[in-house]
Design a protein around this ligand. Structure first.
Ligand code: NAD
Length: 515
């Protein structure tokens, strides 16, 4: 059921993508408007740029004003009534048409993710596919949800449980899955009959515009979906608006906590509680037992840690390795790092593109310095291209047990390797972390797999494979503890966050009928 990925190894497919990139380059910079209920206001105060060539401007935009935030929320509220009244089947048909729009523009949209976020082609294509999957999956799920929940009725008493749209959903999105995550959160809100206002990441407004255009082209009424480009301030104004009922946020822990805190405050006249769906950061660990098959483990770990320069929320960033194989694994991982292709995202076969912006480059470099201060052995071979926000893939071993590099989210191509005496010790370390997003285990012993799977708090555990690339409907994705509110994007329960349950109990022992 998932949208099949492009076969980039085939020459005609690569030609298609090269042509799409040339077509896109001729259109740059895109003008991303503030789009409120169909009204466009263009501006050029801010820009998103190509992380591999920061002189290339991908999009120009001006942040939404407070008045535009207010207008968007009011329009979404107003529009949500008619939108919700259409019923889930009709909305699902519209979302499916939007998926068709994304499919039709697929090469261009992948090219946009290459340029705006430096996603290598395979990752960029997967981003488009995931956006399509979210639209179709939530469309189907919403139809099922409309049938209501199962409740018991007794003779003479009829009970029904149905789900109603909550009202206005504010979506605040990150840049690292610039199409898929924004699209998924918006699709969930719309499928369930809410009006939606999208505030995309300042690094990827053009990708967000493409998603919004597809939804409008599919038939979503302009007032039911507004786009408010801007920075954190715009996001804060949106989530703080008293007319917002649900906030769907994906991003860093600091911002997520701030949103949770602010959303608990009741504005004057506000007669509802805001609900926050927050998907936040992690420190994803992979445990490697002494019996692991290193032929499987090494490429899977390298891909999980360094693919898309370690900027997936699920990327591996801490390895807990049984001491019996730690030296061998370190050696082999160094070999794997030597073989990684560090280059511009548009080059086919690239493993490690530049990171998103200069601040990210500085952050990862600073953690490399901290690693040395902490006594770690830093392996950072080769050179990254000079131009663009590149960081060479880095393996740090011999860190002390308590270590900032081993415990904090870095969000870049830096992997910390620590030795453990046993899998149980590794489980204890992972269980002691405040994060619980993804995790991995390499072991050939079924008893070990059984023990670890029940013991780890992470939202997504991957056994004997890479730990990134969750697929809609197959691996519902999201973390626990400080990694998130425990909701699972692309899973069967996700839409429940966007609706309110209502039960009607009727005494059916009528004494006559009035018609
Ligand atoms: P970020 O928190 O800096 O920004 C996310 C969004 O929040 C942006 O749109 C930003 O403009 C907005 N924002 C910033 N300050 C705000 C405020 N005060 N109020 C409201 N909105 C505000 O995160 P990012 O750099 O875009 O993304 C990277 C982070 O996202 C990493 O920590 C990563 O782990 C996390 N992430 C998590 C998941 C997941 O599913 N758990 C998925 C992707 C990314």
């Amino acid at each position: 059921m998932n949208e099949p990925l492009l076969e980039i190894r085939r020459a005609p497919v690569r030609e298609l993508l090269v042509d799409a990139l040339a077509e896109l380059d001729a259109q740059l910079p895109w003008r991303v408007p503030v789009l409120v209920a169909g009204d466009r206001r263009e501006g050029a105060k801010l820009r998103s740029t190509d992380p591999g060539n920061p002189e290339r401007v991908v999009a120009e935009f001006s942040p939404a004003t407070d008045a535009e935030v207010d207008a968007a929320v009011r329009a979404a509220d107003e529009a949500s009534r008619a939108w919700s009244a259409r019923g889930a089947e009709a909305r699902a048909a519209i979302l499916s048409r939007a998926a068709g729009e994304l499919r039709r523009r697929r090469p261009l949209l992948a090219a946009l993710a290459v340029r705006e976020c430096a996603k290598p082609w395979a990752e960029a294509d997967a981003d488009v596919c995931e956006a399509i999957d979210f639209l179709e999956y939530y469309a189907q799920q919403a139809v099922a949800l409309e049938a209501g929940g199962a409740v018991v009725s007794l003779p003479g008493e009829r009970n029904t449980l149905h789900y109603a749209a909550r009202g206005v959903v504010a979506v605040v999105a990150p840049w690292n899955f610039p199409l898929a995550i924004a699209c998924g959160m918006v699709a969930a809100g719309l499928a369930t009959g809410n009006g939606v206002v999208l505030k995309p990441a300042e690094q990827s407004p053009a990708c967000a515009l493409a998603v919004v255009e597809a939804l409008h082209a599919g038939g979503v009424p302009p007032a039911a979906l507004s786009l408010l480009p801007g920075e954190g301030e715009t996001g804060a104004a949106l989530v703080g608006h008293p007319g917002v009922h649900t906030i769907a946020f994906t991003g860093s822990g600091a911002v997520g906590l701030e949103i949770l805190r602010r959303s608990a405050e009741l504005a004057p006249g506000q007669a509802h509680l805001k609900r926050v769906v927050a998907e936040m950061g992690g420190k994803n660990c992979v445990i490697v037992d002494a019996d692991a098959d290193l032929d499987d483990a090494v490429p899977a770990i390298a891909y999980s840690a360094f693919g898309f320069a370690g900027q997936k929320c699920s990327a591996a960033s801490r390895l807990l390795v049984h001491e019996r194989i730690a030296d061998t694994l370190t050696e082999r991982l160094r070999g794997a790092i030597d073989a990684l292709l560090v280059d511009q995202a548009q080059r086919f076969g690239v493993d490690v593109p530049p990171v998103i912006e200069q601040a990210a480059q500085n952050r990862v470099r600073e953690y490399t310095r901290v690693a040395r201060d902490e006594g770690g052995t830093v392996y950072q071979p080769g050179t990254a291209p000079e131009h663009g926000w590149f960081v060479a893939p880095t393996l740090v071993s011999n860190l002390p047990r308590r270590s900032r590099v081993a415990e904090e989210e870095i969000f870049g191509p830096l992997l910390a390797l620590q030795r453990v005496a046993s899998v149980d010790e590794a489980v204890e370390i992972v269980s002691g972390q405040p994060f619980a997003l993804t995790g991995g285990l390499f072991s050939r012993n079924p008893a070990t797999v059984e023990r670890v799977r029940g013991a780890l708090p992470v939202g997504n555990l991957y056994v004997n494979r890479h730990i990134t690339g969750a697929m809609v409907a197959r691996q519902p994705f999201g973390g626990n503890r400080l990694s998130g509110t425990g909701t699972k994007a692309g899973g069967p329960d996700y839409l429940l966050n966007f609706v309110e349950p209502r039960v009607v109990t009727e005494d059916t022992m009528r004494h006559g009928l009035v018609v």
